[in-house]
Design a protein around this ligand. Structure first.
Ligand SMILES: NC(=O)c1ccc[n+]([C@@H]2O[C@H](COP(=O)([O-])OP(=O)(O)OC[C@H]3O[C@@H](n4cnc5c(N)ncnc54)[C@H](OP(=O)(O)O)[C@@H]3O)[C@@H](O)[C@H]2O)c1
Length: 333
């Protein structure tokens, strides 16, 4: 019995050590590799551009607006090149392809395309929202990402490179603002299909699933404004059904969510850097303490239990209570 326990422990340790050793191997020759990162004027994209530049990569940092571009240029080497990119605009993507192509030596190709740009889009329950709220989220987070990936595939094949797509841990539990979550689920689906399609073409596809981090993405003030906007835009009957008290509680909830965010953005950039530099990158990186502990527990629970636990934190609309409707949302009592 003791022999079996010792043997099993040895096997686990050897497996973990081998995994660690494999994960440590890098591709090297960073100075000969070209990478394109989207969404670089702030947040993770901005930090990653600086980090990959400091490692010696040739970085194309695509920025949506001029915010942060001067700071990025000042903080990086002359190798780093910034370009303007509106990911929801096909002609902007075409210009980006021409721009990058003209600056990469013939026969080199692109080593990594990092699809980092994203929008939080509109917030609020589904009946506060309109078709356009979903369309805007999908336009940037999904269609823009798909278009840019398709457009850079020839260069990625030439460089035998990798596509790194930014998703979210929310796709593991299916909660959050539905336009955003739907768009990130779609990113996961696209990435899975693409990974298999490119498997025998020498291009890898990697997905990052971070938890909550404090960036410019969704500061609490913006969250509050977006919630109020969606509520006021909703049909009068819907507003009456939810009631002002619901809105107040929802706004308080925004502050609760904000207090859960981590300020250690380096956890995400480290995962990005591993995805770009590792000889054997992982297919998925789950990043953050919240993602690896709280969310991990939630997604291994049976669905009925997970829903029941999470629903405890969902606010009941005023109309639900007045009409004596079931607040269980189809969850068995
Ligand atoms: N922060 C989090 O907790 C968290 C968690 C999981 C996943 N993520 C994902 O991480 C990625 C980066 O977000 P972040 O947290 O670093 O926030 P961020 O600082 O707001 O970065 C998002 C970047 O995307 C750019 N962008 C937005 N719409 C664009 C468009 N139409 N075309 C081109 N670029 C566009 C933004 O530029 P402008 O600001 O100029 O619009 C910004 O530079 C996003 O995909 C987000 O979904 C974030």
């Amino acid at each position: 019995m003791i022999l079996w326990v010792v043997l099993s422990a040895c096997i686990v340790m050897v497996t973990m050590f081998t995994k660690w050793l494999i994960g440590k191997q890098t591709v090297g020759n960073y100075g000969d590799r070209y990478v394109l990162i989207t969404g670089c004027n702030s947040g993770f994209g901005n930090l990653l551009a600086k980090r990959l530049d400091s490692l010696g990569f040739n970085v194309f940092a695509a920025c949506h607006s001029d915010n942060g571009v001067d700071e990025l240029n000042a903080a990086t080497s002359k190798r780093l090149v910034t370009l303007k990119l509106e990911i929801a605009d096909e002609s902007s993507i075409r210009s980006a392809v021409e721009f990058v192509k003209s600056r990469i030596p013939d026969g080199t190709g692109l080593w990594a395309l990092i699809n980092n740009a994203g929008t939080a889009a509109s917030l609020g329950p589904v009946d506060w929202l309109e078709r356009q709220d979903y369309a805007s989220a999908l336009d940037v987070n999904l269609l823009g990402l798909v278009d840019i990936t398709r457009s850079f595939l020839p260069l990625l094949r030439e460089g035998q490179g990798r596509v790194v797509n930014m998703s979210s841990i929310l796709t593991k539990v299916g909660m959050g603002p539905s336009p955003y979550v739907v768009s990130k689920y779609a990113v996961e689906g696209f990435s899975d299909c693409l990974r298999l399609e490119l498997f025998r073409q020498g291009v890898s596809v990697i997905v990052l699933q971070p938890g909550f981090y404090r960036t410019n993405f969704l500061p609490v003030e913006t969250m509050v404004v977006k919630y109020k906007q969606s509520f006021r835009h909703a049909h009068q009957d819907v507003q009456t059904f939810y009631g002002e008290e619901y809105l107040e509680k929802a706004l308080k909830h925004c502050h609760d969510i904000d207090s859960m965010t981590s300020s250690d953005l380096s956890q995400v950039t480290r995962a990005y850097v591993h995805a770009v530099t590792a000889r054997f990158p992982r297919a998925r990186y789950i990043v953050g303490r919240d993602a690896n502990i709280m969310f991990r527990v939630l997604w291994i629970l049976p669905l009925w239990m997970k829903d029941r636990l999470l629903a405890l934190h969902y606010i009941k609309p005023e109309g639900t209570q007045k009409n004596g409707q079931s607040a269980n949302g189809g969850i068995p009592s």
